[in-house]
Every structure is written in C-alpha cells, then in structure tokens.
Design a protein around this ligand. Structure first.
Ligand code: V0V
Ligand code: CO
Length: 140
C-alpha cells in the first residue's frame, strides 16, 4: 500500500532560518515554497533523493498562527519531527482500507497538499504516536 517515504515534516519557528540551515548543513535545495491556509502552514519542500517510485523530500513547516496544528505542536513539544508522509497510488482506496482496520482518519477525504498532491492525515493516537500523512502525486 505504501510506495515510499514521500517526506518527513519538521516543525520550526522560523522557516527561512531552517531552510538556510538545511541548505548549508546538507546541501539540500528548495523545490517548492507554499502557504497552505487550510493546513495553517507556511512550508518548503527540499529535495532529498529520487527513487523508482518517485522523489523524497524534507518538508519544513512554520505555523501561520499559534492556533493551528503545527502551532499547537510547537507550543507543546518544541521544534522537531511533526509527521511522516508516505506515497500511495490511490489515496481514496488507501483511506478506505486503513479506516476499515479501525484506524481513525483525521481526513475522511483527501485535501490539497504541497506541489499539487492529494493528502490525508491519520490520527497519531492510532499510529503509535506518529502523525501519519498519505500523499498521492501524479508526477513527482
Ligand atoms: C498532536 N499530537 C501529536 C501530534 N500532534 N502526536 C504526534 N505527532 C503530532 N504531530 C498529539 C498531542 O500530543 C495530543 O496527545 C493529541 O495528539 C491531541 O493533540 P492536540 O494538541 O490536542 O491537538 P488536536 O487534537 O487539536 O489536533 C491533533 C491533530 C491535528 C493530529 C488532529 O494536529 C491535525 O489535524 N493534524 C493534521 C493536519 C496537519 O498537521 N497539518 C500541518 C501539516 P496528548 O498530549 O493528549 O497525549 S500540512 C502538510 O503536511 C502539507 C500541506 C503537505 O504535506 O503537503
Ligand atoms: Co506533510
């Protein structure tokens, strides 16, 4: 069901500072920067590698407001890994299959994600404390 790790989402207070850090320490390159109002984030995707099933990225996330998913996370836990995003072929089918196994879905239906992807989150309390995102891309 899972094709690859699409991205690891990392929560930070200052997106520009964190981008510079990842560029200088790892030599990564920003391939996309977006504001996603629905998700309450300003985010950047930094390309890590290409594989048979598509590319993988680091996603740096800065909250638009304190009262957002990432804002609350930062207040509670501080900066660090926020979620893991897995690539899937058919996100609607994957959501049905996962839900049927008793895992709570944060999103019943896919939403708009970075670089035109369809995304949906699974509840961290049902995935061993890991906020898990499904990502369907047509081309990456
Ligand atoms: C919260 N919890 C987490 C967590 N966020 N556990 C692990 N990883 C996280 N990232 C825990 C938290 O510690 C609480 O546990 C419990 O879940 C409830 O948290 P809360 O602070 O009361 O917050 P809620 O319940 O209002 O919201 C939690 C959920 C929310 C997961 C439902 O963060 C959410 O809807 N996330 C999905 C959307 C999102 O994260 N968007 C930003 C990325 P204790 O302390 O009670 O034990 S956008 C993105 O990735 C994009 C656009 C993309 O990839 O393209
Ligand atoms: Co993400």
């Amino acid at each position: 069901m899972l094709l690859r790790i699409d991205h690891v989402g990392i929560a930070c207070h200052n997106l520009n500072e964190k981008i510079e850090f990842y560029e200088s320490v790892f030599g990564l390159t920003v391939v996309s920067r977006e504001i996603n109002e629905e998700q309450g984030v300003r985010e950047a995707m930094l390309h890590v590698a290409d594989g048979d099933q598509g590319a993988s990225y680091v996603q740096l996330l800065e909250p638009l407001h304190p009262d957002t998913a990432v804002g609350k996370f930062l207040a509670k836990r501080g900066e660090g890994v926020h979620h893991v995003g897995y690539g899937v072929t058919d996100i609607t089918k994957a959501l049905e299959e996962i839900s049927a196994k008793g895992v709570r879905l944060v999103d019943e239906r896919p939403r708009h994600g970075s670089m035109g992807a369809s995304i949906a989150f699974l509840h961290p309390k049902d995935i061993g404390g890991v906020l898990t995102e499904l990502v369907e891309t047509s081309r990456r």
